[in-house]
Design a protein around this ligand. Sequence first.
Ligand code: PEP
Length: 239
Amino acid sequence: MNKYIIGNWKMNKSLSEISPFVKTLKKLGKNQKNMSVCVPSVMLTEISKQAKGLFEVGAQNCHYAKKGAFTGEVSAEMIKETGASLVLIGHSERRHYFDESNEFIAKKVKEAQTVGLKVILCVGETLEEKPKFKSVIKKQVIESLSAINNINNIVIAYEPVWAIGTGKVATTSDIAKAHSYIKEIVKAKFGEDVSVLYGGSVNSKISAEILALSEVDGVLVGGASLDATEFVKIAESRG
Ligand code: PEP
């Protein structure tokens, strides 16, 4: 299977920008497999319709409950109903701005897995935590996966917080080390191999080098996924 290329639009774009994005992907990226874009939840239905057969669509968050008095939230099942097939959980911006704990994230992972969404669980250390990144990542991975019994439909994105949106990219040797470590942790806990993506200022100039690493199963791309042409170039760099 091709390595994963997953975009994260964060809180960007409008409904009217979906069609030009999809058209460019149709034109330039129709032969590229295993591409997905995670968009604001109000855009999920429209982009799922337009992207059918071309790329997968994901949400950027979900709630852990099936339904109820959680004003402003969206359940995993609601996301699935839009036609989306994946969801980002525990992105560092949500951990930071919305105080999401590993315990809270674990409940979301469980619910998303239960309804059949592919979960992209994000983990990564801050700049201050860099010297002890192993213990930080281990805690995030173990605690965030603590509510599930298997890793069906679970993918982990290693995103050093200091590399997100900063133009600073982890070295290939640091990426390889972190990914091997995450794979080791998951194998020890679940007895299965997990796919691990790298995220943090990826663009088409550096993606080939990162995607060539055997420890890297794909990339999670923020800023550079807003430009469809650039996003396709990243997919093409898988070689
Ligand atoms: C992200 O949003 O997950 C991300 C990696 O962003 P950027 O590529 O802009 O650093």
